[in-house]
Design a protein around this ligand. Sequence first.
Ligand SMILES: [Cu+2]
Length: 620
Amino acid sequence: MTGGCGNGSKDGVAGTGDAASKVYVAPGTHDEFYAFMSGGFSGQVGVYGLPSGRLLRHVPVFSQNAENGYGYSEETKNLFMTSFGFVPWDDAHHPQLSQTDGVPDGRWLFINGNNTPRVARLDLATFETAEIIELPHSGGNHASPFLTPNTEYVLAGTRFSVPIPQQDVPINTYKDNFKGTLSFIKIDSTSGAMSLAFQILVPGFNYDLSHSGKGPSHGWAFFSTYNTEQASTLLEVNASRNDKDYMAAVNWKLAERYVAEGKAKDIPASYRHNYLDDARIAQSEIVKSVKILDPRECPGMIYYIPTPKSPHGADVDPTGEYIVGGGKLATVIPVHSFSKMLKAIENKEFDGEVDGIPILKYESVLAGEVQNPGLGPLHTEFDGKGYAYTSMFISSEIVKWKLGTWEVVDRAPAYYSIGHLMIPGGDSRSPFGKYVIALNKITKDRYLPTGPELTHSAQLYDITGDKMKLLLDFPTIGEPHYAQALPASLVKDRSVKYFPIAENTHPHAIKAENEARVERDGRLVRVYMSTIRTHFAPDNIEGIRVGDSVLFHVTNLEQDWDVPHGFAVMGANNAELLVMPGETRTLAWKPQAAGVIPFYCTDFCSALHQEMQGYIRVSR
Ligand SMILES: [Cu+2]
């Protein structure tokens, strides 16, 4: 699977002074791009600068993060609520930058949770998770989250089909009882708030990846499928039998119209919608139904395009005319034509149907095939100059080819086993170009060994010339499954520096140190605490009793950039709090024995940081 271990240092330009100067960002100066890389099974998002590859931030999304109390503080726990209860981990795959007119706009980043189907929205003004919505009737939320060109919708296709509604049935009744769904999450254009608008019920295949149309194909979305064999066991064999699976072409504008006309059925469901409210406290609501469209009752809404073989990527070029299927077991890269698809639909050039969904003839839709591209084509991005770049997992390389002539013009090895690749804006209407990044699954000999588990990596190539030039490889956190990048100027000037204390509407905030106090209500004790360089108020707390439930509501009174304070209590069965300037965060604590318990600030905040401490007296 890995291509030629040990040959890693002989690659082209990397290691020469030329490459080093192209990625060198002098101390104190800024990178040109932000890159947002999924942490994969770490459940997080890594924020890197390009071209330097410097890690700037680690934003927790689907995993609790003890470092800052995310998922531990009372204000953030609700973000992890699901119909299964509190789920503190997920597998995050595909970051998607919000778009306006088909181009990243720097407002929000969406990312999927695969395992317990969810979609999160990060606010790029604060670099924090602002919202998480659960998806009912889904299993393995992989074809997600993919945006329409004005962020009208976030699309999400189920990887695993499941009984809908869930029921206790034999697994070998898969073909009769298992279905898939394609979910359409509506995005509020001002706030970014998510709501599940409708789902489309589809045959029980595996839906793998997606992209929306743009330009002439705006209003359509494309989802790759595999396991059209509908196997439920030994998929490596049983889901690899068909020569072609399908690309689903969905007319989402028409679907929208069908919903408006009342064609959708309200189906009972139970899923969570979690969001930070105006006081920056996570709320969790249960939603009890979802609108579902059945293709049998919605003619013209969805078609299947045959696509060889177990396609993975479903990528639309900047013009919106070409839809590229990365058939991971295919010997060619098939490119479908949107305009030919419309003609084929008009002329009813069908090859049967599945559950009311017409299957278009492959040749009628085909624009062309890239011949001998390499082995294991997965994903394609575009440079906006007429070229496409496809990752080849098995032959471990990036292949550059020309749209329209389908000829391969360059190839560059990746070290090793490249999954996704990414060009800044490379899935948009107007790519920013300049670099392609390989997101590699295996690194083997590329770094100093660190025991059995080695870092994953990203590799940066210059694509400004005819030939790709490897400039840099850098380690990443978790699995850098997919990434997106955009010019830093679209984000950096909107970055929040602190939260104005006057606008803090947290019900247990204090606005000044003289409001600091301890209040008892039966066995519940609330400590209204302030922090400012370099002390807590109050810092000597007495009157706490074993068996009390204590809530420390810590407000950071600082009104300056980059001055968080931490709050840690000895023996707390919890994480620390890291409180941003102007913010209030709450730590729940149950004292277990009589004595005196110290607490302190964990974030080095000033010359007298070591003096920033206090005591809690616990009595019987
Ligand atoms: Cu401090």
